[in-house]
Design a protein around this ligand. Sequence first.
Ligand code: AMP
Length: 220
Amino acid sequence: MNLILLGAPGSGKGTQSANLEAQLGLTHISSGDLFRYNLNNDTALGQQVRKYLDAGELVPDDITVAMIEDRMQQPDVERGVMLDGFPRTIPQAEALDAMLARTGGGVSGVLHLDVPDDVLMTRLSGRLICKRCQTPFHKTFRPFKTCPVGECESGEYLYQRSDDQPEAVRTRLDAYYAQTQPLIDFYRARKLLATINGDDDVNTVSAAMLAAAKAFAADE
Ligand code: AMP
């Protein structure tokens, strides 16, 4: 099974993916995490994409697709993937089809997390991420209590992403509406879309996502 998590920045894709990954046994691939890994390690790719991430703009399709193609060569992809943050444009979605077709697979379903714009702004501006395990927390709504993967004691690795500053947040949301939202119709037309209300408590959203994912699995 190959699932896509689709939703605006701050819609909860990162929060939900850890739970879904454990429940479904899929390999979680986050394009944003891969870019940030390259930035933090100052690789050639990191240097190439820094300006886009800092501004909150999308990285050009050719660079993004090449990075995901590379990741999709790893053996852990064989058990199925849960893509988080990719595809974000129609050309990326078409490139993904071609990638999956090479191994006889395809997109099994798309879980679309729907969250109102004002809620996204509030979530992103208070968001804190752990540098070690990438778990997202929130200053008010999800303060650090214990580390979910047992890596740290008191949240000492939490930081605010530079693209969670208000100006970059607005750019990222604009990019989502202009470039990523068309994917909703793209996948709906292929009967691969499940829209889930993401403006609810974490456990309710989790349960709805899991049910939708299982329905996609049953259809395969
Ligand atoms: P995210 O962690 O998913 O919010 O992604 C952080 C940033 O990485 C985005 O604002 C983009 O600059 C870049 N990025 C992540 N995924 C993609 C993608 N599929 N296409 C283009 N840029 C991306």
